[in-house]
Design a protein around this ligand. Structure first.
Ligand code: XMP
Length: 544
C-alpha cells in the first residue's frame, strides 16, 4: 500500500509552492499542499512525516504577515523552511530577521564551509574548489536570518547572506534562504531528498505504478456492485481516469463520448478504437454534430460560441445520463478527471480554482450522483505516468492540449461545416508533415521534437502545440488561368512550458513549404497560407 501520510508542503503564498510539491513527488514521496493558516489546526489531529515551509511574499515584521506560534515547532515533526519559511521559523523561535536595503537575486555562489555532519548536505560535495558549477544556489530575497534562534547553527552562507542555511538537528529543524526546488540550485533535489529520507525517514514508495495498483483496489472496494458514468473526451485526464476505473469495475463503468463535431480529423474514431476496442470499455458515442452546429448557426462572437458549446455539452450529457440511469437500473457515481492543480487550496487565501472544463460538475442535483475523482491528488505529469502504467499509448498520454470548445475557437466568425472541413483537412496535413519531420529527425539524431514541453525529455519535446486556424479572411489568388477568391489558413506552432507564455516555434522552412503547398493543393477553398510569428503575451496561443 502506498504511504499517503507523507509530507505537508505548508504554503505561505510563494510562487514555487506547487513546484516544491512536484519535487517531493519526484523523489517518490507523497505530499500535499496545506495553506499556512490551516497548519496548526491540522497538526493537532494528524502527524505528517515532515513539513516543508514554502517561501512567500511577506516580511515577518509586516502587519498581517503569515505567522505560526512557537508551539508548532515542538511537535517533533521535522521542518524544512525555505526562504520566508526559514525566516518565519527563526522569528517564531526567538531569532532575528534583518531587512537590509539590497536584494539578493539569482544564481549566487554558496560557501558551504560549515556543513559538518549536516544531514541535509549529506553526500553533497560543495566545499572548496572541487565544487565548481555545483557550488551555486538560487536566491530571491530581501530579508534574511541575521541571528538564528538558540540551538541553531549556520551551515552555509553567501557573500551577502550570513545564513544561507541553518539547522537545529536535535529538534529536526532546518532552514535554507536559497531555493532548493528550482533547477538553478544544482544540488537542490539532492538536498530535498536528504531532508525526506535522512531527516524524515520517508520510504520513497510513491510511484505511479504503486498509485495505480492501490487506486484500482480502492475503487474496486468502494464501488462494489455500484455503477459509474463518465464523460470521456479523449483528453488525457478523462481518459486516464476512465481506464483506471475500468480496470477496477469493468463494465460497471459506462463512458459517454459526446462527439460535438468540433474535434480534429480522425479523433472521434480514435477514441472509439482505442478505448472502446483496445481497452474494451463500454462507450456510448453520441453523434451530436448537427445539434451543436444548429445552435452555433449565425453566431460569431467567441464568448457566445464557448457558452453555447458548454451548455449544449451538459444538456447532451445529461440526457444520456438520464437514459442510461433508466436502462442500467441506476447509476451511482459520476467519474471526473479532476487533478490536483484544479483543487489545491493556496496559501495566499484565494479560493481554489475549480475546473470548468466541460462543466460536467453542473449536472442537476436530482440526478443524485456521487463524485468519483481518482486523479484528484495528482499533478499533470503524474497523470501521464499513470496513463503509461495503464498501457495507454505514448502519443495519447503526451497529447497536445486541446480546448474543450474544440475547433470552434479556431474558426473565426460563424462556424459552418465548410469552414470546419477546411480546418480539419489543413490541420491533418500540418500534423502529417510535422510527424514526417519528427521521424526524419529521429532517424538522424535519435530525438524527436514534438509533444508537450514537460515531463521526461522536456527540452526535446519543445513544441507545445501546433494547429491550423481559419481567420475568416478571403482574398484574391490565381490558379491556372483563373482568379480565385478563397480562404486564408493560418499556421500556429508554439513552444511553451505551461501554456501561460509561449514563443512561436521555429519550424524548418522546408516543412512550412511542404505544408503550404499541400494545403493549397489538397484542400478546396484555400489559396493563401500565413504563419503566426507572435509570442504570448501580447498574443494568445489560440486565435478566437
Ligand atoms: P491561450 O489561447 O489562452 O491558450 O493562450 C492557452 C492554452 O489553453 C488552451 N485552451 C483551452 N483549454 N478549454 C481548454 O481545455 C478552453 O476553453 C481553452 N482555451 C484555450 C489552449 O489550447 C492553450 O494550450
Amino acid at each position: 500500500m502506498v504511504d499517503f501520510n507523507g509530507i505537508w508542503v505548508v504554503d505561505f503564498g510563494g510562487q514555487y509552492n506547487q513546484l516544491i510539491a512536484r519535487r517531493v513527488r519526484e523523489a517518490n514521496v507523497y505530499c500535499e499542499i496545506v495553506p499556512w493558516f490551516k497548519y496548526a489546526d491540522r497538526l493537532s489531529g494528524e502527524r505528517p512525516e515532515g513539513v516543508i515551509f514554502t517561501g512567500g511574499p511577506a516580511s515577518v515584521y509586516e502587519a498581517g504577515a503569515p505567522m505560526l506560534p512557537a508551539a508548532v515547532f515542538e511537535a517533533g515533526v521535522p521542518v524544512l523552511g525555505i526562504c520566508y519559511g526559514a525566516q518565519l521559523m527563526a522569528h517564531a523561535l526567538g531569532g532575528k530577521v534583518a531587512s537590509p536595503d539590497y536584494k539578493e537575486y539569482g544564481r549566487v555562489r554558496l560557501h558551504a564551509d560549515a556543513v559538518g555532519d549536516s544531514l541535509i548536505f549529506k553526500g553533497i560535495p560543495l566545499g572548496g574548489e572541487a565544487s565548481g558549477e555545483r557550488g551555486y544556489c538560487w536566491m530571491s530575497h530581501t530579508d534574511y536570518v541575521e541571528r538564528p534562534p538558540e540551538g541553531f547553527r549556520v551551515t552555509s552562507r553567501t557573500d551577502n547572506c550570513p545564513s544561507a542555511s541553518i539547522e537545529d538537528a536535535g529538534r529536526l529543524l532546518y532552514g535554507t534562504q536559497f531555493h532548493p526546488e528550482v533547477h538553478h540550485t544544482p544540488f537542490g533535489q539532492e538536498l530535498l531528498k536528504n531532508f525526506l529520507y535522512e531527516v524524515c525517514g520517508c520510504k520513497g514508495d510513491w510511484t505511479m505504478a504503486n498509485f495505480a495498483k492501490s487506486k484500482i483496489g480502492e475503487i474496486r472496494e468502494a464501488l462494489k456492485g455500484k455503477k459509474a458514468l463518465c464523460a470521456l473526451s479523449g483528453g488525457v485526464d478523462s481518459s486516464v481516469a476512465a481506464v483506471l476505473t475500468h480496470k477496477a469495475i469493468g463494465d460497471g463503468l459506462t463512458c459517454v463520448f459526446v462527439d460535438h463535431g468540433l474535434l480534429r480529423k480522425g479523433e472521434g474514431d480514435q477514441v472509439m478504437e482505442v478505448y472502446g476496442k483496445r481497452f474494451n470499455m463500454k462507450i456510448k458515442r453520441v453523434d451530436a454534430q448537427e445539434r451543436f452546429l444548429g445552435k452555433l448557426k449565425g453566431v460569431d462572437d467567441p464568448e457566445r460560441k464557448r457558452k453555447i458549446i458548454g451548455e449544449e455539452f451538459i444538456r447532451v450529457f445529461e440526457e444520456e445520463a438520464r437514459r442510461l440511469k433508466d436502462e442500467e437500473g441506476g447509476v451511482d457515481f459520476l467519474l471526473q478527471g479532476t487533478i490536483y492543480p484544479d483543487v489545491v487550496e493556496s496559501g495566499s487565501g484565494e479560493a481554489a480554482v475549480i475546473k470548468s472544463h466541460h462543466n460536467v460538475g453542473g449536472l442537476p442535483d436530482d440526478m443524485d450522483l456521487e463524485l468519483l475523482e481518482p486523479l484528484r491528488l495528482l499533478f499533470k505529469d503524474e497523470v501521464r505516468k499513470v496513463g503509461e502504467e495503464l498501457g495507454i499509448a505514448p502519443e495519447l498520454v503526451w497529447r497536445q492540449p486541446f480546448p474543450g470548445p474544440g475547433l470552434a475557437i479556431r474558426c473565426l466568425g460563424e462556424v459552418t461545416p465548410e469552414k470546419l472541413r477546411i480546418i480539419r483537412e489543413s490541420d491533418a496535413i500540418l500534423r502529417e508533415e510535422i510527424d514526417a519531420y519528427n521521424e526524419a529527425l529521429f532517424a538522424r539524431t535519435g530525438k524527436r521534437d514534438y509533444g508537450a514541453a514537460y515531463g521526461e525529455n522536456a527540452a526535446e519535446r519543445a513544441v507545445w502545440q501546433y494547429f491550423t486556424v481559419l481567420p475568416n479572411i478571403r482574398s484574391v489568388g490565381v490558379m491556372g488561368d483563373f482568379r480565385t477568391y478563397d480562404y486564408t489558413v493560418g499556421i500556429r506552432a508554439v513552444t511553451s512550458v505551461d501554456g501561460m507564455t509561449s514563443d512561436w516555434a521555429r519550424l524548418p522552412y522546408e516543412t512550412l513549404e511542404r505544408v503550404s503547398n499541400r494545403i493549397v493543393n489538397e484542400v478546396d477553398g484555400v489559396n493563401r497560407i500565413v504563419y503566426d510569428i507572435t509570442s504570448k503575451p501580447p498574443s494568445t496561443i489560440e486565435w478566437e
